[in-house]
Design a protein around this ligand. Structure first.
Ligand code: SAH
Length: 211
């Protein structure tokens, strides 16, 4: 199997040039085999700084965006993190390296099943998986230190804000589809502080569950 060393080196250089400086994030991107999260036919593109199709009209995010969102979460090894939109499982794999446990929710069952198999085959054991509607969150496991939404939402679902700890951070692509901004929400004692970070493009959050 090719090791993609030159492609990885180039990607890491690109990320550093774009102000991704956290060594543990760069090291996770270097060591997690992104080629295993995408269809075989796209392997040659695994370390391009681009989003790629993963089936069911969904995408694995661009490495730069994965890194920006992860950096904005300010993760600690003690944190419990909720991810909405498991997709390929790539972002969950990165989060799992930097936190204590990741709870990942996916609406499309086939994507969830393949992500779970893939991550278990990689011996990653601190991720809990659930099929369901991300807008409802995961009340049984709440509150979370960090929440990351990896699909576009017109507004951040109230259930997810409720499930964030005081002092916690939530990152989401929020706003009208096609005009969404990466938003960072910090929950204070008595309010939610919101900051827009940058414009981004994400696949939209799907309503309800299919089964
Ligand atoms: N984080 C993923 C990329 C996610 S793409 C990765 O690293 O590969 C967005 C994902 O959100 C898709 O898999 C899509 O099926 C999922 N999604 C869309 N609506 C959802 C909802 N209501 N609840 C949970 N997941 C949802």
């Amino acid at each position: 199997m090719p090791s993609f060393l030159p492609q990885k080196a180039k990607l890491l250089m690109t990320l550093r040039a774009q102000a991704i400086m956290q060594p543990d994030i760069l090291s996770a991107i270097e060591t997690i085999p992104r080629e295993q999260f995408i269809p075989d036919s796209l392997h040659a593109h695994a370390y391009e700084n681009a989003s790629l199709p993963i089936g069911y009209k969904q995408t694995i995010s661009q490495p730069y965006i994965v890194a920006v969102m992860t950096q904005a979460l300010e993760l600690k090894k003690t944190h419990r993190v909720l991810e909405i939109g498991t997709g390929s499982g790539y972002q969950a794999a990165i989060l799992s390296r930097l936190s204590r446990r990741v709870y990942t929710l996916e609406r499309l069952r086939p994507l969830l099943i393949s992500a779970e198999n893939r991550l278990k085959n990689m011996q990653i054991s601190n991720i809990t998986y659930r099929h369901g509607d991300g807008a409802k969150g995961w009340p049984e496991a709440a509150p979370f230190d960090r929440i990351i939404i990896t699909c576009q939402v017109a507004e951040i679902p109230a259930n997810l804000l409720d499930q964030l700890k005081i002092g916690g951070i939530l990152i989401a692509p929020a706003g009208p589809s096609g005009k969404e901004m990466l938003v960072r929400v910090k929950r204070e004692e008595d309010r939610f502080d919101k900051k827009e970070l940058m414009p981004v493009r994400f696949v939209p959050m799907l309503a309800g569950t299919d089964d």
